[in-house]
Design a protein around this ligand. Structure first.
Ligand code: NAI
Length: 411
């Protein structure tokens, strides 16, 4: 039997926010009239989690709560899940899709935080500050201007000119750097940035190279021994993207030989699983490196932004059915619902269902004022705005269509 919801009043909709999600999220729900909000500062033990999900309509988590197919069986009313973070690996996306539950996240809420850290590291490394500071901590006094540079006029090479890469380009230009970038996609140059002819050419001509690519087969060890051989002598290298992008042994060799004058690394091929585990890396022996524990995007501002961005997506889905930017669901962007009833129908992506849906509307004599449809490999999502008079009858008939996963009617 398909699972259905009618349009509940907002105080009957239960929102569960776990793992200390920033209060900005709760504020978004409350401002929109949602009052039944359960919050917890940590992830919950299994049984407690099942209990709290028994009547939950929306779930917000960070990275610790594992949403498995088994857990979903204990959450029969769940409409949507918000991952208040970047990744969504903690959620079984196939299982949520099959159950008609869209999953949202905040992939770009910490862009600025990464960009600022990278910029700061570039300034410090060009001045040789990390090595001088490390020496001072040991009682050594390295007062010297040798290998100490301003950023002004230096060439910054950005590999991966997406959300973060472009922000860094703009900030760096404001410091007087000349910006070039390499991206596999054609990207619009911002400010005076210009595309490099090739990756190799970027390596050869940049004083600083910084990586902002995703983790793919192509980016795996894209900064390897061969790539280092093309790098300008004495260049600075920064990686705050993914740990697989820079071959750490090749970097350590390049630091050892002086080919690279300094490096800032925020992400590693193997990272400790907790703050209690030791961080092991060949790079620890080099004073001229800034090593940070994957905190590029970790700021208070990013947490606030994530809280707002994800909760706004959940509220929008609850209020009007919009699935824009969902990670697992057909994306449908919808106008506000004014003066009509809206039926949101989620079904298995099988041939003929749309025809059956429209059959229902014609046999119930419902006047359709707008219809939106998107499908992905497994699921179809049809949203139909109709006149208010016979909406309930049509809604009941739609629920009976074979292949229906979930349907909702919004007033
Ligand atoms: P994005 O998707 O906006 O940009 C990535 C860019 O890289 C795209 O323009 C894409 O076309 C390009 N690209 C893909 N493959 C490439 C290749 N082989 N060569 C050159 N360019 C290539 O991503 P965004 O938001 O800018 O993030 C960049 C990276 O930063 C991601 O790996 C992300 O996981 C990481 N990140 C790290 C954080 C940290 O805490 N250190 C925080 C946030 C993001």
């Amino acid at each position: 039997m398909a699972n259905s919801n009618t349009s509940l009043s907002k105080d009957h909709i239960k929102v569960v926010l776990l793992e200390g999600i920033h209060p900005s999220a709760e504020e978004v729900f409350r401002k929109d009239g949602y009052t039944n909000i359960f919050t917890a500062s940590k992830s919950l033990p299994q049984q407690e989690l099942r209990d709290v999900l028994a009547d939950a309509n929306f779930l917000g988590i960070r990275s610790r709560t594992q949403v498995t197919e088994e857990l979903l069986a204990f959450a029969p009313k769940l409409s949507a899940i918000g991952c208040f973070c970047i990744g969504t690996n903690q959620v079984d996306l196939d299982a949520t899709t099959a159950k008609g539950i869209p999953v949202f996240n905040a992939p770009f809420a910490n862009t600025r935080s990464v960009a600022e850290l990278v910029l700061a590291e570039i300034i410090l490394l060009l001045r040789g500050v990390p090595a001088k500071s490390a020496a001072a901590h040991r009682g050594e006094w390295l007062k010297s201007a040798v290998n100490s540079f301003e950023t002004r006029g230096k060439i910054l090479g950005i590999v991966g000119y997406g959300h973060i890469g472009t922000q860094i380009g703009i900030l760096a230009e404001n410091l007087g750097m000349k910006v070039q970038f390499f991206d596999i996609e054609k990207q619009l140059s911002l400010g005076n940035a210009r595309p490099a002819d090739s990756y190799q050419q970027l390596l050869k001509t940049s004083d600083v190279v910084t990586f902002h690519v995703p983790e793919t087969e192509q980016t795996q060890n894209m900064m390897d021994q061969e790539a280092f051989s093309h790098l300008k002598d004495g260049a600075i290298l920064v990686n705050a993207s993914r740990g697989t992008v820079v071959d750490i042994d090749a970097l350590a060799d390049a630091l050892q030989s002086g080919k690279v004058n300094g490096a800032a690394i925020d992400v590693f091929p193997k990272e400790p699983k907790s703050n209690q585990e030791e961080f092991v890396s060949r790079l620890r022996e080099f004073d001229n490196t800034i090593l940070t524990p994957h905190i590029g995007g970790s700021t208070k501002e990013a947490q606030i932004n994530i809280g707002i961005e994800v909760s706004e997506k959940l509220v929008k889905y609850s209020n009007n059915g919009s699935t824009l930017s969902s990670v697992n669901f057909p994306e449908v962007g919808l106008p506000e619902l004014v003066g009509k009833h809206r039926i949101c129908h989620i079904h298995h992506n099988e041939p003929g269902i749309l025809a059956k849906i429209n059959d229902v509307f014609s046999t119930t004599g419902v006047n359709i004022s707008a219809q939106y449809l998107q499908t992905n490999a497994s699921v179809g999502y049809v949203v139909t705005d109709i006149d208010q008079t016979s909406s309930q009858e049509a809604f009941e008939a739609l629920k009976q269509i074979k292949g229906t996963i979930k349907s909702r009617i919004l007033y």
